[in-house]
Design a protein around this ligand. Structure first.
Ligand SMILES: CC(C)(COP(=O)(O)OP(=O)(O)OC[C@H]1O[C@@H](n2cnc3c(N)ncnc32)[C@H](O)[C@@H]1OP(=O)(O)O)[C@@H](O)C(=O)NCCC(=O)NCCS
Length: 180
């Protein structure tokens, strides 16, 4: 067994609802992970929405990763997702995605979507490894850096629906498309 595999087994995390008390550790991971990070108010106003869920990955009573996602009629949409720098490449992110996939069902929500910055290659590789596929580009999606966003999608049935998506470059259209 490789060192990484044995570390990974040691790094089995518990994934649970995010609570107010987690916010300091979540904000620290957020600041260490992104150039254009969410503020505490961004987290709180998002989590106040009825369809917005926050979860943390915890090990030894410390938050080592978190995810924020929205519930839509037919899909889950990841808004924010990060693992603390010291805890990366140990399978924490993969365990959080596994948890989300387990929330999908054949009857109702069958897909998970997200946007990732074009420059964020490591996240693109990570999500690809988890079974997500790029399905479109949102041109100049981020106001802060003017970067494009790649839309990535995981489907329970494995069908690639990118044909229905070509050239859509407004997020509102993309949301409407998926609710249809
Ligand atoms: C992307 C991120 C969440 C991945 O979390 P993680 O816990 O390190 O991922 P895992 O250890 O579960 O990785 C699983 C697999 O994904 C792939 N992967 C993960 N990070 C990778 C990287 N930096 N480069 C290439 N492949 C990577 C690998 O195949 C990895 O398996 P391996 O370690 O056996 O090679 C983490 O790097 C992160 O927090 N990044 C900063 C925040 C961010 O970009 N969030 C996404 C916003 S859309």
């Amino acid at each position: 067994m490789s060192t990484r595999q044995s570390q990974r087994e040691a790094l089995k995390v518990q994934i649970r609802w995010m609570i107010r008390r987690d916010m300091n550790e979540v904000l620290k991971i957020e600041q260490e992970s992104f150039d254009f990070e969410w503020t505490e108010e961004d987290f709180l106003s998002c989590l106040r929405q009825r369809n917005c869920i926050g979860m943390v990955a915890e090990q030894d009573n410390h938050v080592v990763g978190f995810m924020i996602y929205e519930l839509h009629k037919n899909r889950l949409h990841i808004l924010n997702f990060a693992v603390g720098p010291a805890m990366r490449r140990l399978g924490v992110g993969a365990q959080m995605i596994e948890k989300l996939i387990n929330k999908l069902s054949q009857q109702r929500r069958q897909e998970i979507t997200l946007e990732v910055r074009e420059t964020n290659l490591s996240a693109q590789l990570f999500f690809h490894q988890q079974g997500f596929r790029a399905m479109g580009v949102l041109r100049k999606h981020y106001e802060d850096s003017n970067e494009d966003a790649y839309v990535m999608q995981y489907r329970l049935d494995g069908h690639d629906t990118s044909d229905t998506y070509v050239s859509v470059n407004r997020i509102s259209k993309y949301q409407n498309w998926s609710e249809a």
